[in-house]
Design a protein around this ligand. Structure first.
Ligand code: 6V0
Length: 333
């Protein structure tokens, strides 16, 4: 060969770094944006892509492979058979029917539960120690479905939840205040989508709470104005979908950000969909997944913050929990 061997590699097995494998199920707009961001951020040694449409899947894989000269070395594999995901550290599920303009996320439910019955048990069988990260919508209830179908402990099943809603919220506030969105702390919790709850008391810039000063400087910052900002966050998803047909870049970055926190054991706090039973007065016998600020690391969800909410915020959360629980009861899991 081109290189002459130097010596046998005698590195003890215990000193060899275990390779990190991430699988992305569903190579659509969202799955590919996620895979692309994971590649550029060098978060995995191997990425396995799975989709039901073989030509599109192979085309996407080749297209990414052709960028190898510009990227960290990452092995890319793809197959329509979920066995290609064997031994994953993390499996990200984006497969599913896409939200069509005007369709609510809950309408997607029945279509996607049938899909999950095919995908999730197979994923769990091939990667029994993996962390499952669910992105397909409606994400909160599908995270619950994935938890039930996988039989995994609850710390290893996470929904991307309001991580994206929170970044949209931070973007809007950052534009308004003319600061970098990374310096804006602001959490949206609860259901991803229409009923998400903006926690105004968490809004701070460089550690300084801003709501009070905003309300003092703009007499217009009343309850109604706050609700219109929350609605703008919710509507931004529908706006992008009506303009370009789907959303991809922001969800790609937001999921890759979760992947980094998990695989690199960063212990960062992200609003993601977790089992919320018992939090904020959610009934002890209602198993529902909703977004709450969660501490993420290599073990998955390491802890969930019991944040202080106003009575109104807690009431909205319980309302979403009730709707989600009632819907999940119709699924017969
Ligand atoms: P898309 O572009 O239609 O991609 C879905 C992919 O899934 C397609 O390529 C399908 O071929 C594939 N697929 C279908 N059935 C299977 C199967 N059995 N096995 C493997 N693959 C299959 O949709 P898009 O990528 O735009 O969206 C994917 C999902 O993400 C949808 O449910 C969206 O609603 C959801 N999103 C969730 C967000 C969040 O914040 N949680 C944000 C954006 C989109």
């Amino acid at each position: 060969g081109f290189f002459r061997p130097v010596a046998d590699d005698t590195t003890p097995t215990s000193h060899r770094r275990r390779l990190t494998k991430v699988s992305v199920i569903g190579a659509g707009n969202v799955g590919m944006a996620i895979a692309q961001t994971i590649l550029t951020r060098d978060l995995a040694d191997e990425i396995a892509l799975v989709d039901a449409v073989p030509d599109k899947l192979r085309g996407e894989m080749l297209d990414l492979q052709h960028a190898a000269a510009f990227l960290p070395r990452t092995r890319l594999v793809s197959d329509t058979d979920i066995a290609v995901t064997r031994g994953s550290d993390l499996a990200i599920v984006t497969a599913g029917a896409r939200q069509i303009p005007g369709e609510t996320r809950l309408n997607l439910l029945q279509r996607n539960v049938a899909l999950f019955r095919k995908i999730v048990p197979a994923l769990a069988e091939h990667s029994p120690d993996a962390i499952l990260l669910i992105v397909s919508n409606p994400v909160d209830i599908l995270t619950y479905v994935a938890w039930k179908l996988s039989g995994f402990p609850v710390n290893r099943v996470i929904g991307s939840g309001t991580n994206l809603d929170s970044s949209r919220f931070r973007f809007l506030l950052a534009e308004h205040l003319d600061v970098n969105a990374q310096d804006v702390q602001a959490y949206m919790v609860g259901e991803h989508g229409d009923s998400s709850v903006a926690i105004w008391s968490t809004v701070s810039v460089a550690g300084m709470p801003v709501l009070k000063s905003l309300q003092e400087s703009h007499s217009s910052f009343d309850e109604e104005a706050l609700e219109s900002i929350r609605r703008a966050v919710v509507n931004s998803a529908y706006e992008v979908i009506s303009l370009k047909g789907y959303t991809s870049w922001a969800i790609g970055y937001s999921v890759a950000n979760l992947v980094a926190s998990i695989l690199r054991d960063q212990r960062r706090i992200h609003p993601v969909s977790v089992l919320a039973t018992g939090f904020h007065g959610i009934a002890d016998d209602h198993e529902v997944f909703l977004s709450l600020p969660a501490r993420l690391g290599r073990g998955g969800v390491l802890g969930v913050a019991d944040m202080e909410l106003t009575e109104e915020e807690a009431r909205r959360l319980r309302q979403s929990a009730k709707t989600l629980w009632e819907n999940s009861q119709l699924l017969g899991l």
